[in-house]
Each structure stands twice: as C-alpha cells, then as structure tokens.
Design a protein around this ligand. Structure first.
Ligand SMILES: Cc1cc2nc3c(=O)[nH]c(=O)nc-3n(C[C@H](O)[C@H](O)[C@H](O)COP(=O)(O)OP(=O)(O)OC[C@H]3O[C@@H](n4cnc5c(N)ncnc54)[C@H](O)[C@@H]3O)c2cc1C
Ligand SMILES: *[C@@H]1O[C@H](CO)[C@@H](O)[C@H](O)[C@H]1NC(C)=O
Ligand SMILES: *[C@@H]1O[C@H](CO)[C@@H](O)[C@H](O)[C@H]1NC(C)=O
Ligand SMILES: *[C@@H]1O[C@H](CO)[C@@H](O)[C@H](O)[C@H]1NC(C)=O
Length: 526
C-alpha cells in the first residue's frame, strides 16, 4: 500500500513560510504549461478549456477568485476518471489539484482549484435521468444536475424528492457534499439521508458504485464529505408521491422562547406540518405590508394595526401539502395544529401556491434581486448548528444585540432532530438530540462603509463566532469555512481520525476539492 503523502502546512518560521510560498509559486508556474500540454494529450470525449475560465474562479460568495489552469467539460464519467487518474499518476510533486464545480454556489472558493483543474459537472447533466416507480420509487441522476430539473422530471411521474434545500438551482453533487438542509429535514432528514446509491470517482481515478450494502465506507465518506473523498458522478435519490398544492403559513412572535417552544413542539408532533422553518426579523419597517403582496392576513383589520418597526420578531413559517380534493380536510387539520400554538393572533398570514411554486420560491426572489443588480454581490453568509440547550443563550447574545438589523438579507432559525441524520456520514452535528440551523444570509454592497458593507458584515460574523466560542455553546459551522488545521480538527472533534483515515484511503495525494483548505497536497520540494 502507498503511504499517504498528504500533509498540512505548518510553517515554523517566517523564513520557511517565504521559502514555501516561493517554491509553490515556481512549481505552479512550471507546472502550468506542462499541465496544459499533458492534458491536451489526454483522450476525453468532452473537452478541456484553457482560456476564458474566469467563471470557474467565481462563486456565489464572490470573495475568493482563483483561476484554474484548465477546466474539464466532461461528456462521460470516464472523462473524469481519466483526468484524475492522470493527475494521480503525476504523483505528489506536481502539486496539481482537481475541484468538481457544481453550480458554483459555494461561499468561499470551495469549488475552485488554484492553478489546478476544475471539472464543470453541469456538462455531465446531458445524461438521462431515470425515474423508477413502484413501492419505493427513486430517480437516478447525473450529479451535475440541478434540483429544479430533477423536480420537473419526477413530476412527470407524479413523484418528487422528499428533502430539499430552500433554493433549487444547486447541483446534486454540491448539496450532497454538504448535507442539503431545509424545512423538511425535521421529518425526512437532510438530503444526505435520502440517497440510496452513489457512483463516485475517487482521488485515484477509480470509478466505484457505493451504497449502504456495497463499499459502505466510501458511501458514508462522500455524504457530507466536502468533496474530499471522491467526485460524485451519479446519485440514486428517494422519491415520494408529489402533492399538487401547498398551504403556506406565516405567524409572528415577539418572544424567542415561545417561538422556539412552538417550533420544537411541531417538529416532534406525530401529526404536523410538512415544512417547518423560522426567521428572525430585527428592526424592519413595513414588514406586514411587504407580506401583503403575496400573503393574506386572516384578520385584515387587526393585521393592519400591527407595527414591526424597530422590534425583534420571530416568524414561524409552515406549509401543509395537499391535493385539491382534500382542501376541506386540510383546512381543518391546519386549524387544529395552529390552535396548539402561541403566536401573536393578529399576525396569521396564509397563502396557497402550487408545490413547484413553493419549492422554487427563492428563484422568484433571485429574479427580482437580479433585476435590481442585487444578486451578483459578495455574500458573507454564516451558517451555524446550535445545540438546543444553548439556543436561548445564543438568541439572547445575538438577535437584537450583535445583530441589530436584518435588512441585508434573511436570518433563518429552525430546529431538527438528529435521529434523522446518519452518524456514519462525514457530516458533523452538535452533540445533542435536537439542534437548530441558524443561517445569516446577507448580501454586501461592495464599497459601502455603512451597515451593508462587506467589512461590516464580516465583522458581525466574527463577533457572532467569538461570542459562541467564549460562551462555549458547542456550535458547529454548516458549509464550514476555516483557515487553520487546528480549527478543522476542532470542527471534527473525535471524528477527525476517521476523516484522515478516509482521506488516506480514497484521496491519498489530497488531489480533490483543495478549496475547502482541509488538506494540502504534499509539497515534495521541501
Ligand atoms: C441561494 C442559496 C440558497 C441555499 N440554500 C440552501 C439550503 O436551503 N440548504 C442547504 O443545505 N444549503 C443551501 N445552500 C448552500 C448550498 O447547498 C451549497 O452552497 C452548495 O455547495 C451549492 O451547490 P453547488 O452545486 O453550487 O456546489 P459547488 O459550490 O459547485 O460545490 C460545493 C463543494 O462541493 C464540491 N462538489 C461539487 N460537486 C461535487 C460532486 N459532484 N462530487 C463531489 N464534490 C462536489 C465542490 O468541489 C465544492 O467543494 C444555498 C446556497 C445558495 C447560494
Ligand atoms: C427525536 O427523535 C427521536 C427518534 O424518533 C425521538 O425518540 C425523540 O423523542 C425526538 N426528540 C424530540 C425532542 O422530539
Ligand atoms: C432601526 O432602523 C432605523 C432605520 O432603518 C434606524 O434609524 C434605527 O436607528 C434602527 N434602530 C435600532 C434600534 O437599531
Ligand atoms: C451512531 O448512532 C448509533 C445509533 O443510531 C449509535 O449506536 C452509535 O453509537 C453512534 N456512533 C457514534 C460514533 O456516535
């Protein structure tokens, strides 16, 4: 067996740092041109591009921009295997890395490969999706496929995936490498809990089919694996009968404890809603008026007297799926469920939309933001998983304190039950049964020095993280971003050894997903 030759950069002095950087620079320059010629000689059915690759140095976060030496637009899985095998055979000295790029909706360059090779997974999406009906329906999809396309394909058979993300213009490979968490996760688990089988190209260029039964360790490794163990090329996703319509409900609370108690009640109830999320609203004017555009107040008169200005409010967001012939029954069920809750009575807002309209709701918002030039901005997002016993301390320290307004983008808060997560995957959760996803999702106005400027928003994130650290809240980052190996170790905690073991089994040269900055390809020149 080959000895794993990945290593971590731990410069001992300034001199060795400088040396290291110089050597890396020289080597990367040398390799850049030889990479180009060696890739040109490689037989693939798709193609490599060596110019015009700026798109591969950009992502949704819009803060990190590293150009690759080449982009592979694969036509077949064998193109990906041949490319990785080629890099594997070049050995550690080349320093060459490979990153799969889904839809490039990472936040801090995670899908980039500085001077390396980016694989544009979406060009694989031409391959067919195959829906299988029956008692336990599923769909086989290429990993570069967008969830929105999968939804439309499955709906032709009256079926749909069970667990979603809030936004569907993301690829299967991209969300399965993280987790895929949304308002259905309390019931179905995250997307990584709803996959039966994967096809993966490992860091040695081997194509492996894996599942719970076959190559189970690789299967669990890649789920939530941040692209570290292989490139997912196909996935088999669990389906259910698709509802036609959705009742979409919003209610407000002024007290976090009551809000959280109701959320926890709903996620553990036997008969409950189909989607449960929540939002924090800090110092927003005209909130209710904004809602009126798409939601109907249950009591228009009372609702019109409700004032949001300056306050910190908590919005519980719920849906119930139904088919048109069940409308009466569903209304009764909803009434009964709502009667168990303690929201501010005048703030009940309801609307009815198609299932697709509901699932694709963020895309509708995207189109509006794009038209105002507010989409392609820096997104200093911060996603945290907070254990239930600490969520009240968290809320008290952050909402309305460190966070003084939510006018730059939404802040989500909702609980999930860990029993729906498989602890054999690479995903890291807090230690408690129930934990909350808290997502700060602002956009920054580039050269602004006001509250909406990038530096200001980054400093708020820093303050939130420092607060969690100082108060020992046991918080884990979701879509994690760290700059040192110490932080990664502490993120993984007792699971770090498993991670390293899996890395040396499936990507021993640390070729894959360098943008996560967990492992560094071995530097043989030193
Ligand atoms: C508007 C918006 C809304 C979002 N909402 C949610 C949400 O509700 N819930 C949630 O969980 N997340 C959400 N996300 C986060 C999203 O899941 C991640 O950003 C994800 O990485 C995006 O997928 P992508 O296809 O663009 O992946 P990319 O950004 O292209 O890739 C992400 C990482 O996975 C690796 N990777 C990509 N494809 C593969 C593959 N086939 N095999 C192996 N590794 C691969 C990349 O190298 C990179 O390291 C949201 C993001 C945005 C921008
Ligand atoms: C979480 O789920 C498990 C398993 O279904 C259940 O036993 C437990 O009561 C749930 N926890 C809460 C707080 O709902
Ligand atoms: C709330 O926002 C308004 C303007 O949007 C601002 O003038 C006011 O100072 C803010 N209040 C707090 C408590 O931050
Ligand atoms: C994983 O969960 C199972 C029960 O679902 C438990 O028996 C096991 O100890 C857990 N393993 C770890 C490493 O936490």
């Amino acid at each position: 067996m080959r000895r794993p030759s990945m290593s971590f950069v731990k410069p001992k002095s300034i001199l060795s740092t400088i040396l290291l950087v110089c050597c890396m620079a020289i080597r990367l320059c040398l390799c850049s041109s030889s990479v180009v010629s060696s890739l040109k000689a490689l037989h693939v059915q798709g193609q490599f591009s060596f110019d015009g690759n700026e798109f591969a140095a950009t992502d949704f976060g819009n803060q990190f921009h590293f150009l690759p030496s080449a982009v592979l637009h694969p036509k077949k899985v064998s193109d990906i295997a041949a490319t990785i095998k080629h890099v594997w055979q070049m050995g550690p000295a080349s320093g060459l890395t490979v990153a799969a790029r889904g839809h490039g909706h990472s936040l801090q360059g995670q899908a980039q490969a500085p001077q390396g090779i980016v694989i544009n997974m979406e060009s694989l999406s031409g391959q067919e999706m195959q829906v299988h009906r029956g008692k336990f329906p599923y769909v086989d999809v290429p990993a570069g496929e967008l969830w929105i396309n999968i939804l439309h394909e499955c709906l032709k058979y009256g079926l749909a995936p069970k667990s979603w993300t809030d936004y569907l213009h993301l690829t299967v490979g991209g969300t399965l490498s993280n987790a895929g968490i949304s308002g259905q996760a309390f019931r179905h688990g995250p997307q990584i809990s709803n996959v039966h089988q994967l096809e993966v190209v490992t860091g040695k260029g081997e194509v492996v089919v894996c599942s719970e039964e076959k190559n189970a360790d690789l299967f669990h490794a890649v789920l939530g694996g941040l692209g570290q163990f292989g490139i997912i090329t196909r996935a088999r996703i669990s389906l259910e009968p698709a509802p036609k319509m959705v009742k979409w409900i919003r209610v407000l609370y002024s007290d976090f404890s009551t809000f959280a108690r109701d959320q926890e009640h709903l996620i553990s109830a036997e008969n409950t809603f189909d989607y449960i999320e929540g939002l924090v609203i800090v110092n927003k004017t005209g909130l209710i008026n904004n809602w009126r555009a798409s939601f109907n107040p249950e009591d228009p008169e009372q609702a019109s007297q409700f004032v949001s200005d300056g306050r910190t409010l908590f919005c519980l967001e719920l849906t119930k799926n139904f088919n048109p012939d069940e409308a009466t029954k569903i209304n009764k069920e909803i009434k009964s469920l709502l009667s168990q809750l303690s929201y501010i009575p005048s703030t009940l807002f309801v609307t009815e939309v198609s299932y697709v309209e509901f699932l694709d709701r963020v895309h509708a918002a995207e189109l509006k933001l794009r038209s105002k030039g507010l989409w392609e901005l820096p997104h200093p997002w911060l996603n945290l998983l907070v254990p239930r016993s600490k969520i009240h301390s968290f809320a008290e320290g952050v909402f309305g304190s460190i966070l003084t307004d939510t006018n730059n983008g939404p802040v989500l808060v909702y609980p999930v039950n860990k029993s729906k997560w498989d602890n054999r995957t690479s995903f890291v959760t807090p230690e408690e049964d129930i934990f909350y996803l808290v997502a700060f999702l602002p956009h920054a106005v580039p050269s602004s020095t006001e509250n909406n400027g990038l530096q200001h928003l980054l400093s708020i994130n820093k303050r939130i993280l420092n607060f969690c650290e100082a108060a020992h809240l046991g918080v884990k980052q979701y879509l994690p971003y760290y700059t040192t190996q110490e932080e990664w170790r502490s993120h993984y905690g007792p699971r770090w050894e498993v991670l390293v073991q899996r890395k040396s089994a499936y990507d021993p040269l640390a070729i894959l997903a360098p943008g996560q900055r967990i492992f560094q390809k071995a530097i043989s020149v030193l």
